[in-house]
Design a protein around this ligand. Sequence first.
Ligand code: ATP
Ligand code: MG
Length: 312
Amino acid sequence: MHDNERVSAPSETNAWNHVYSGKVRDLYEPAAGPDDLLLVVASDRVSAFDHVLEPGIPGKGDLLTSLSLWWFDQLREVPNHLVPDHELDAAGVAVSSIPAEFAGRAMLVRKLDMFPVECVVRGYLTGSGWKEYVANRTVCGIPLPDGLRDGDRLPEPLFTPAYKAPLGEHDENISFSRMVELIGEDDAVALKDLSLGIYETASLTAERHGVILADTKFEFGRNPGTGVITLGDEVLTSDSSRYWDRDVYLTSDDPTARMASFDKQIVRNWLAHNWDQDDPSTPTPPTLPAEIVTQTADRYRELLERLTGSGR
Ligand code: ATP
Ligand code: MG
């Protein structure tokens, strides 16, 4: 394990109590004081096919947090869950409420009543969408024209929600009418419109930086104080999205190579070739080789540089 890797079990700090760990992020609540705040801390853990892999990707938690914060700022007109993380002490000096051990990879957020739905938007056909298209000519039940190839741009971006399964269970693609049953028509329509709108804005921004936003996933919640539907979770990171190099995509003759990824597709591809997840004799995925870890870290960093212009 690398010295600078942050994949250890979350620690209890004086001011924050650990309340939850997903595969990648750890959530903390204030030990005393307001119960409407959360600290979302991104680790360097990397997951693929619903497994957390070893080792982590050094710097990933920082990179993903920087990317999320940058996108929240780009999408300022959409209400989001960020809370200013500085307050002034008695002497008027700004003090961060984020503990030093989490600095750079934590977001202070308003606790929302999350909708149990992952709001996926696909502008391009690939991944599970491509598999379904091959089998049925549909994506999440939505019929598509014949003759599309893996990686092709869809005639228009599709909203393909998934039910966010309780911990340990797989998320499940659902139809829009199932989403209406789960959360009601008004909220379902609002989340769909917000998701497609944000995707459109973000994909234009990404294209200006030479990157294609092939697909992405948003999570929304309701602010319990104001009732406003609010963008939560991470946003448009390389964990929640597929990003491709625009020049390569437009100039490559090779239908697979044109999807030059800035996301964890590198990890998924390696794993797909080196592990049979359906073989009961190999329940745990193999350790990632050092070059895959380095390549992934480099590509995550390059995406942040391209989008935000900030080098690290
Ligand atoms: P997985 O490992 O499959 O991603 P997960 O989504 O539960 O599982 P993480 O993404 O690591 O795990 O953890 C982030 C969790 O925090 C998610 O469950 C997400 O819905 C939740 N969350 C994000 N923002 C907020 C918020 N503002 N208020 C309440 N919960 C939030
Ligand atoms: Mg998640």
